[in-house]
Design a protein around this ligand. Structure first.
Ligand code: HAM
Length: 425
């Protein structure tokens, strides 16, 4: 039987993990500076949570969820993180403990979409949610943080698009205006958009079909329909972003595929590059009604999620990290025991080390030391051991010397540390 990974679900191999760690660590370090704390909700939630919060007539709920019946319970692999976070917030009565919560999460999400570059069925998100602050100051802070994060990751060609959806009333009025604009033009729309015209006309604005492009460009702007409070919220947001010198683009036709959004909406778009139509690196917005709809009090909220695979595609390559480990190459039986002891001692100094236990030729062990990026290869031979020494190959300097068996671990640890000061590259 030829068993392979499920279509659209990828193995992330150790050779790729360095970039993942760099991305995840940069994200964690930055958001913790803004006082976000990590939360880890389950990967599986009741199906009803997503149906109600994301919305019944959305692509995700209509066709992309991995849902199953487990002994009579309707469950779903989470297609996104926000609904689960809000559920946890309500379930644990977090609002009674603190007025504002800043939470972040990292982990896999599942959507049964047609796989292509930058679009997978299992993909990773890093997200932040703030519950308990109505904005707009923190809306600006959040967007500014995202721009900062892109800068830290070396992603230059990216723009932050912002829009406002207003409150529920505005959305209803906009929906009417949009339907009035689109109905006479229906025949020229793509089949998908024709179908959406009745059930979810706002989503037509998301269409990438060239047949829809012109009609969308002429569509009315939701910003013209905002009521006074929503307009003031949006204008303040722009003012705060200006004050923070955050570059942004007002995009009145920005809509996103969830029903839960209210007011502020934003998306990070990569310009050019290899992502093509999957150019949304991340996005988010306000969802001021969700906590209440889940049975909690009236708690406003805002958040975003980044698609980590897409960010990695947009991130520049970094040169290989510097070598800092040691490979022990024993030649013979008693040499192997000594090699194990030297490796143990190196690790006690905080230096990564491993022993080649294959009983392979010296040439093959040296080749492996080089391939694994070791800084030193320690050759432990029975004859040398009898004289109290081991041979050390410096794989950066391409030099070789004899060191005392007793001192070798300490000396190499010192050398590696001095070429890699703590906190250095
Ligand atoms: P979303 O726009 O659906 O928002 O997803 C956020 C990001 O996840 C997207 O911009 C994209 O980079 C990535 N992404 C989405 N689907 C896929 C896929 N199939 N393959 C690869 N990457 C993908 C949310 O999920 C909201 N929960 C964001 C949010 C948080 N809103 C408020 N709080």
């Amino acid at each position: 039987m030829n068993l392979r990974a499920v279509k659209g679900m990828n193995d992330i191999l150790p050779e790729e993990i360095g970039r993942w760690h760099r991305l995840e660590n940069t994200f964690r370090e930055l958001v913790e500076l803004y006082r976000y704390e990590e939360v880890r909700p389950p990967l599986v939630e009741p199906t009803a949570l997503f149906v109600r919060q994301i919305g019944e007539v959305t692509d995700i709920v209509e066709k992309e969820m991995y849902s199953f019946d487990h002994h009579g319970e309707d469950l779903t692999l989470r297609p996104e993180g926000t609904a689960g976070v809000a559920r946890a917030y309500v379930e644990h009565n977090i609002h009674t403990r603190e007025p504002v919560s800043r939470w972040y999460y990292l982990g896999p999400m599942f959507r049964s979409e047609k796989p292509q570059k930058g679009r997978y069925r299992q993909f990773y998100q890093a997200g932040c949610e703030i519950l308990g602050d109505p904005g707009p100051a923190i809306d600006a802070e959040m967007i500014d943080m995202l721009v900062k994060l892109m800068d830290k990751l070396g992603i230059k060609k990216v723009s932050a698009c912002i829009n406002s959806l207003g409150a529920a009333g505005t959305r209803a009025r906009y929906r009417e205006a949009l339907v009035a604009h689109l109905t006479p033009l229906k025949a020229g729309l793509s089949e998908d958009s024709q179908r959406r015209l009745e059930r979810s006309p706002l989503r037509i604005l998301d269409s990438k079909d060239p047949r829809d492009a012109e009609v969308i460009a002429g569509a009315p702007s939701i910003l013209d329909l905002l009521d006074e409070d929503d307009r003031a919220h949006f204008e303040s947001l722009c003012r705060y972003l200006d004050r923070l010198r955050t570059p942004y683009v007002v995009e009145p036709r920005l809509v996103r595929g969830f029903d839960y959004y209210t007011r502020t909406l934003f998306e990070l778009r990569a310009e050019g590059g290899e992502l093509g139509s999957q150019n949304a690196l991340g996005g988010g917005g306000r969802y001021d009604r969700m906590v209440h709809e889940l049975g909690g009090p009236e708690v406003p909220a805002i958040g975003f999620a980044l698609g980590l695979e897409r960010i990695l595609l947009a991130m520049p390559e970094k040169p290989n990290p510097r070598r800092k480990s040691v490979l022990l190459a024993p030649l013979g039986e008693s040499a192997t025991a000594e090699a194990l002891a030297i490796a143990k001692s190196l690790r006690s100094y905080g230096i990564a080390a491993d022993v080649d236990g294959r009983k392979a030729s010296l040439k093959s062990m040296l080749r492996r030391a080089n391939a694994t990026g070791a800084a030193f290869c320690v050759i432990v031979g029975d004859t040398e051991l009898a004289r109290g020494i081991v041979q050390v190959k410096d794989l950066n300097a391409h030099s070789q010397e004899d060191l005392s068996r007793v001192d070798v671990a300490r000396i190499l640890a010192d050398r590696i540390r001095s070429s890699h000061p703590p906190g250095g590259a």
